[in-house]
Design a protein around this ligand. Structure first.
Ligand SMILES: NC(=O)c1ccc[n+]([C@@H]2O[C@H](COP(=O)([O-])OP(=O)(O)OC[C@H]3O[C@@H](n4cnc5c(N)ncnc54)[C@H](O)[C@@H]3O)[C@@H](O)[C@H]2O)c1
Length: 342
């Protein structure tokens, strides 16, 4: 019998890209899953109907605390993924919207604690790391949990944009509930997740969209030299579930691959898999690009969880392209709006 068999589990933001994959796995592990989501970017179609799956549409920023506590009650574990979030194009251009995460996170942790939820796993982000450690093109530095240490509040902290600060403060908040009320908690720092059901504000799906629409000259935001630690969604989900089961001290854990790829190399892989390449390439440094180089040290996840990512970039791209091309009709033009709006 698994840890999850028969457990009542709440997933906030469960209709999202990562959230819906998490729900699939929890159901497969035998849990009874409740999803709360306002469907602002999540989609009901991401959830496969199941007798052990319940859905409630609710805005966690504006609903009354009484209503939130009522839906959380009876759940032993809560995964908190609800957030105002998108890819770089979105978080760069929507700072005030992303700031609502400060409120959402507090309300969720407070309601979880008050309604007797035992464990909370929070979807944090590599944006919780100091940008100054990610500014060199030739960097091979892997960001360690101690580079943004929420246990050392007297030390200087720094994060990437309002979105990153909200994630960092979300972690600080969750740890404060662990310290004061004995709630069990863990913060998971996801990095550039990709896979089926993700939207085009995120780099890999945006690159696939442009190739699918045969954009020529093909445009890449920035110089194309910027690099990221792209992590396939099923690996993120496996690590998240293991962490919720095994870690309870309110600490932080990186979930990534430890390998970085330049955006222009990812585009080349996509052309190869799609058996198409543009005649021309265009780089636009005026577009939002974020930090120059980002990858995570995953040794803590490996040590504490016995977890390793399993899906390499090529296999992940094949699966994501397979999903995208089978679910999106080609229109022969780029929809600039969907690159910026979640
Ligand atoms: N995708 C990534 O690369 C990545 C990287 C780091 C962290 N994360 C985090 O993982 C989580 C899931 O992200 P995602 O990429 O799967 O998709 P997403 O950003 O679309 O997920 C957010 C979900 O929260 C819901 N939501 C937003 N505001 C809400 C509110 N006020 N009340 C209730 N629900 C609300 C949305 O409808 C959506 O389903 C988010 O917390 C995100 O910040 C994602």
């Amino acid at each position: 019998m698994s840890f999850w068999d028969g457990k009542n589990v709440m997933v906030t933001g469960g209709a999202s890209f990562i959230g819906s994959h998490l729900v699939d796995d929890l159901i497969a592990l035998g849990a009874n899953v409740s999803v709360v989501d306002d469907l602002s970017s999540g989609k009901l179609a991401n959830l496969t109907p199941n007798p052990r799956l319940k859905f409630k549409k609710m805005d966690l920023e504006t609903a009354s605390m009484t209503a939130i506590k009522k839906v959380f009650k009876g759940n032993e574990v809560l995964f908190h993924l609800a957030a105002v979030h998108g890819g770089r194009g979105y978080i760069d251009t929507h700072p005030a919207d992303c700031s609502s995460n400060f409120a959402i996170d507090h309300r969720v942790f407070d309601a979880a604690c008050a309604s007797g939820v035992e464990r909370v796993a929070f979807a944090s982000s590599a944006c919780a790391y100091p940008p100054r450690l990610q500014e060199s093109f030739s960097s091979d530095y892997l960001l360690k949990e101690s580079d943004s240490d929420i246990g050392k509040l007297k030390e200087p902290l720094s994060a990437d944009l309002e979105y990153g600060w909200a994630k960092l403060m979300g972690e600080v908040q969750l740890r404060s509930f662990v310290r004061q009320y004995g709630m069990k908690g863990v913060n998971l720092r996801f990095v550039t997740a990709y896979g089926p059901r993700e939207n085009e504000t995120h780099a890999i799906v945006a690159l696939i969209h442009k190739a699918h629409e045969r954009m020529d000259p093909y445009e890449i935001w920035g110089t194309g030299e910027q690099s990221r630690d792209f992590t396939y969604v099923t690996d993120i989900v496996t690590g998240t579930i293991l962490a919720a089961e095994k870690v309870s001290d309110g600490g932080s854990i990186n979930l990534g691959t430890g390998v970085r790829y330049r955006l222009k190399d990812v585009a080349e892989e996509i052309f190869g898999i799609m058996d198409w390449r543009p005649k021309g390439m265009k780089f636009d440094p005026s577009k939002p690009t974020g930090v120059v180089s980002r990858a995570l040290d995953i040794s803590r996840a490996s040590r504490l969880l016995g977890w390793e990512p399993k899906v390499g970039l090529k296999e992940g791209l094949q699966k994501t392209i397979g999903w995208y091309t089978s679910t999106h009709k080609r229109k022969g033009r780029i929809n600039e709006k969907i690159l910026l709006e979640r």
